[in-house]
Design a protein around this ligand. Structure first.
Ligand SMILES: C[S@@+](CC[C@H](N)C(=O)[O-])C[C@H]1O[C@@H](n2cnc3c(N)ncnc32)[C@H](O)[C@@H]1O
Length: 404
């Protein structure tokens, strides 16, 4: 299918038949004035709007606070602009163009990256991931569906027509009413696609939406680590599809052990090693704590340990509950980390502050009588900008720590 431009119909805020007015309380007024783009249900003091409706926001004294799109659930409005102009194809095009400009420094040989990072690119609730010639649009809510056609047209214009375009919708755990929604093909179809990151190949499947197979917010961290794998014995826990493992091996690691609960992810990791002509080393499908315990009993040690656990998971090894587990996990890692070795710890829990993260790591280190020194703190790259007025976006902690 071609990427011909559609002429989307979006109700303009100025169009009274389509646009509603919502009055928000003083608390929300303050936040909106500072740039925060969401209004919560309890903050609306007057008016109501159906999900997907374009709404004008007003303070209690009548102050104009911009225009957004109404939703129901845990967010009531996502604001798209601070003035009273329309939420139309021209606005979306200008936002996508600005997002593209922000990403011009990504080396052209990297074909996996994020074109639109939601609130941080002034397109709240909307992410667009580029997988070679394929796009995945991920919406935080069905209320944003009216924006999809103009969004795709804008992406075609910014980076050329995509061969396939997929629509995914995220299910926010706070939104109890939502069920997970299958990823749908909006244009073309494709199964597996080989993309390139920093000169290495990875296979991704756009039809899996956010689970396509590569976390592009870790690219800059893989880049920073590249010169530091040489001759090291690497343990990659929560290895997923093996991006850190492949990168470590390609950059001279002597030995790479990848552990993940999921056979399926490890099969994809094996494929990624193959795509780069690299030996896969050990791929172990098991619980990270069980593997760590066995290595400790065997007296086996590593020079670099990557730990990038999920927020929540369940296995026969028990339930992994995000921030609570960090002290235990740190302690277990330090028992198999060689003297002077590096713990490469990543947490993507937005609810965990850097201070809390540091506290949890220190607590784990104390349990083993070892000290940790922060050598490097990484951030996602330019394709994952974080707007300072939107604290939720600074979720990632990526710390490289040297152990005594
Ligand atoms: C956030 S991803 C890791 C991303 C990876 N570091 C990367 O950059 O590609 C979390 C991974 O942890 C795995 N996982 C979840 N619970 C686990 C457990 N108890 N032990 C080992 N792996 C687990 C999941 O299967 C998933 O692949």
């Amino acid at each position: 299918m071609n990427g011909g431009r559609s002429t989307p119909k979006l109700p303009a805020a100025g169009d009274r038949s389509a646009g509603n007015e919502l009055v928000v309380n003083g608390y929300s007024t303050g936040w909106l004035k500072r740039g925060f783009p969401w209004v919560y249900p309890a903050e609306i003091v007057q008016g109501r709007a159906d999900p997907g409706t374009v709404v004008r926001l007003r303070g209690e004294g009548g102050t104009a606070l911009g225009v957004g799109i109404a939703d129901r659930g845990w967010i009531s409005v996502r604001r798209f602009r601070r003035d009273d102009g329309p939420v139309d194809a021209a606005l979306i095009r200008s936002r996508v163009e600005a997002a593209r400009r922000r990403r011009l420094s990504i080396e052209p040989a990297t074909t996996a990256w994020r074109l639109v990072n939601a609130e941080n690119d002034e397109l709240p609730g909307i992410r667009v991931d580029v997988w070679g010639g394929h796009l995945v649009v991920t919406l935080d809510s069905p209320s944003l569906r009216n924006l999809v056609d103009p969004l795709i047209a804008a992406c075609d214009e910014a980076i050329g027509n995509a061969d396939s375009v997929w629509l995914a919708e995220r299910r926010d755990p706070r939104d109890i009413e939502r069920k997970s929604i299958p990823v749908t093909a909006l244009r073309g179809r494709v199964e597996d696609v080989t993309v390139t990151e920093l000169g290495l190949n990875y296979e991704v499947r756009p039809s899996l939406g956010k689970d396509a197979g590569l976390f592009t917010d870790m690219r800059t961290n893989r880049e920073w680590m590249a010169p530091h794998w040489e001759n090291s014995r690497v343990l990659n826990l929560f290895a997923h599809t093996g991006a850190f493992s492949v990168s470590a091996r390609a950059n001279g690691a002597a030995e790479v052990v990848s552990v993940d609960l999921s056979d399926g992810y490890l099969a994809r990791a094996r494929r990624n090693f193959e795509l780069n002509g690299l030996d896969a080393g050990e791929l172990l499908a098991e619980d990270a704590f069980k593997a760590l315990d066995r290595f400790r009993r065997q007296g086996r040690t590593f020079d670099r340990i990557v730990v990038d656990p999920p927020g929540y998971s369940h296995s026969d090894g028990g339930t992994w509950q995000g921030e609570k587990e960090w002290p235990r996990l740190t302690g277990a890692c330090l028992r198999v980390l060689a003297p002077g070795g590096w713990l490469i710890a990543a947490s993507n829990l937005g609810s965990q502050s850097p201070k809390q993260f540091g506290g949890a790591l220190s607590e784990g280190a104390d349990r083993t009588g070892r000290e940790l020194r922060l050598l490097h703190e990484g951030t996602p790259g330019v394709d994952h900008p974080a707007a300072l007025h939107f604290p939720e976006s600074r979720y990632l902690k990526f710390w490289v720590l040297e152990a005594s």
